[in-house]
Design a protein around this ligand. Sequence first.
Ligand code: AMP
Length: 221
Amino acid sequence: MNIVLLGAPGAGKGTQAETLMDLYNIPSISTGNILRDQIAKQTILGKKAKEYIDLGQLVPDLFVIELIKNRITKADCDSGMILDGFPRTIAQAEALDPMLKELGKKIDYVIDVEVPHHVIVERMAGRTVCSKCGASYHNRNKVEKVKGICDFCGGKLQQRIDDKEETVRERLEIYTNQTAPLIEYYKDQGKLLVIDGLGEVEEVRQRLKDALGVKCNGNIH
Ligand code: AMP
């Protein structure tokens, strides 16, 4: 099962990626997390990527395509994968298909988690991420056990620079111009499932399971 998660920044892709990981026992690959890891390690790519990320812009296609190419060939992707945050442009989508084909794979579903942009701006204000492992938290619906500390690895939680309000607005505009065209692209291929991302995490999780359950004739329930 190979799934692409679309949706604006802050729509809850990461949370729904966790749901899918549990359902299918496949890894979730987040290009955002890979890039943040490169930044933390201060690699050449990381340093270059940071300039774009901090401004809320997309990292150039060639960089992320190369990262994904290396990642999806790893053995843990053999029985499938969730792509969280890739592709984000038509050029990336067009590069992904032949890469998967070479591995004897194809995209099964593309899930678009939809949330109105004004709700996203509010949501981002409460979001923090672990500086060590990248797990994300929210002060309303995903609160850490010990304030400011990651439940999983004990790392320090912090707000991402690119979650600041003006940067979020910039990211939403870029999403509308560069990523949203992928909705039509995958709709035309008959792979698109649209999920309403409003409401409590559990509600959205259930909608996701229902949508996939219908498409999979209930196999996953
Ligand atoms: P995310 O954690 O998915 O919101 O990604 C954080 C930032 O990383 C984005 O705002 C982009 O600057 C960059 N990024 C992540 N994935 C991609 C991608 N597929 N293409 C270009 N830039 C990306």
